[in-house]
Design a protein around this ligand. Structure first.
Ligand SMILES: *Cc1c(COP(=O)(O)O)cnc(C)c1O
Length: 495
């Protein structure tokens, strides 16, 4: 299967090339030229498989330059029992008569980013070999918390790669910081930046676009690459769990094969919900795609009006991984909905860059609204959703998941749509102990690691072992740099 760019549909690359490059030189995102339909036979076969087998099967449909045995081996590695603490990998939990929750946080860092970042490094390392690339990929990441740790854990000790993560010195939670500075592995580095997430992010972007630095790194055998969700190698592994969750409901007799289900996804950069859209394109009977936002409700307005406008206040919320005003992966959806009108996509993205705003055509808006519903959730409602879920169902959910649960409830009330529905859970509640404790009416303990024990005692649900183990772990990384010193930090890391 070949790949093209959302800004140049005449381009053709192999899967390995698309994964190695990450972003197209024209600024566009790589997208497959077609979406294979799974068909009834395919879906029946998938229902009988393990998560690892489903992953190799689905990914194999798009990566024809990879052998099936090779993909099977990667899937066994990426989703092995020593990495995921649930045998189903991405289990579906029943909440009530026609509501389920898809738990995507059983991986090594307790956030859904693991689902893709355990697989991407294996695909990237293999892609380097397939394309004959001899240089080592240096992955640079600016993180607001979850991505950094998940990327470190995924790339740890992967051949022909090194990874350096920059995080804002005072912009991540205590637990997130501990997770990163205690990271193990021979090829990893972590550095704090004096500033906020935008400072770290713009520093990384500056490094990527510095031709002199690129040249000097190339001479030393390195090239820069990125692990964020614009890479096709991150979107593709996510398509699997939407198919897998559907199959699980069929297998347990909750739904008939062919029956529709709705998915509600807590959304930031639009990568996760885009993967659900792709599962639908492959023939999974998805009814409504419900896009849930926190107070940063740019996507809600977009889906309702067809106007994308990032000119609005930025809110810091208790669901920080969704505090985003530019959702990069929306470009892939618009490319598809416009029937590959790459000229139009270039126009929208230019307008977004220049004015922070664009208005989609009438036809694209109609297609969008047929499939998608957008809703948002205030901070008070997020806390109320956590408390409500705990009281009513004895189920602890994190603030990101709570946003999805609340928006799903709003959608059902407005639409009276009784379709069986799955809301997506993107982080363990133990990653956000203070918000969760406060929401259920408890006073969080002084020390952030004590809060893990506190929440565990209250709920009786064991905390993920890796979070509980943080207390005894040695700190390996203490570097702090000014924003201007990030280039030097990269140079030092690659010595
Ligand atoms: C990254 C993240 C999201 C947002 O996912 P997108 O693919 O960026 O839309 C939601 N919840 C959590 C916990 C995350 O880490």
């Amino acid at each position: 299967m070949d790949y093209l760019s959302t800004r140049d549909k005449t381009l053709r690359l192999s899967a390995a090339e698309a994964i190695t490059m990450g972003l197209s030189r024209d600024g566009g995102l790589f997208t497959p030229v077609s979406f294979p339909n799974l068909g009834t036979l395919g879906m029946e076969a998938l229902c009988g498989m393990s998560y690892q087998q489903r992953s190799a099967y689905v990914i194999g449909k798009f990566l024809e330059d990879f052998r099936p045995e090779e993909l099977g081996y990667y899937a066994l590695n990426a989703y092995s029992p020593d990495k995921f603490d649930h045998p189903a990998v991405a289990p579906v939990r029943k909440v009530d008569r026609n509501t389920w929750c898809l738990e995507l946080w059983h991986g090594p860092t307790s956030a859904f980013k693991d689902m893709a970042l355990q697989m991407l490094p294996l695909l990237l390392s293999a892609s380097l070999k397939k394309t004959g690339e001899e240089k080592t990929a240096c992955i640079l990441v600016a993180t607001s918390g979850d991505t950094g740790k998940a990327a470190l854990e995924g790339f740890k000790d992967i051949e022909q790669t090194k990874i350096l993560v920059f995080y804002p010195e005072n912009g991540v939670s205590e637990i997130q910081k501990l997770q990163m500075v205690t990271q193990e592995g021979r090829n990893v580095g972590v550095c704090a930046v004096q500033g906020n997430f935008d400072d770290a992010q713009s520093g990384v972007k500056r490094i990527f676009s510095d031709p002199d630095l690129r040249q000097s790194l190339a001479e030393r055998g390195y090239f820069l690459s990125s692990a964020n969700s614009i890479n096709w190698g991150r979107i593709l592994p996510q398509v699997v769990y939407y198919i897998s969750a559907y199959c699980d409901l069929v297998r347990s007799g909750e739904i008939r094969l062919g029956q529709k289900v709705n998915y509600c996804v807590p959304t930031g950069n639009f990568g996760n919900i885009l993967s659900c859209y792709y599962a639908r394109k492959m023939g999974v009977p998805v009814g409504k795609l419900i896009c849930a936002s926190n107070r940063n409700d740019v996507l809600t307005d977009f889906i309702r009006t067809g106007v994308y406008d990032r000119n609005r206040p930025f809110h810091t919320t208790m669901s920080p991984s969704m505090d985003i005003l530019i959702s990069s992966n929306l470009e892939r959806l618009l490319f598809d909905l416009s029937e590959w009108n790459d000229g139009l996509i270039r126009e929208y993205m230019t307008q977004l860059g220049q004015t922070g705003r664009y208005v989609i055509s009438h036809e694209i808006r109609e297609r969008l609204q047929m499939m998608f519903y957008g809703g948002y959730c205030s901070e008070e409602d997020t806390a109320a959703a956590i408390a409500g879920m705990y009281k009513k169902h004895g189920y602890l959910i994190d603030p990101h998941t709570a946003v999805a649960a609340k928006v799903l409830a709003d959608y059902r009330r407005e639409s009276r749509d009784e379709t069986p529905s799955i809301f997506v859970s993107t982080a363990s509640p133990y990653k956000f102990c203070d918000s969760v404790l406060a929401a259920i009416g408890e006073t969080p303990a002084e020390d952030s690691l004590d809060r893990i024990g506190q929440l565990q005692d209250l709920s009786g649900v064991p905390a993920p072992a890796r979070l509980a183990e943080l207390r005894g772990k040695a700190v390996r990384f203490t570097d702090v740099t000014e924003k201007a010193g990030m280039d030097a930090a990269v140079q030092a890391f690659l010595q």
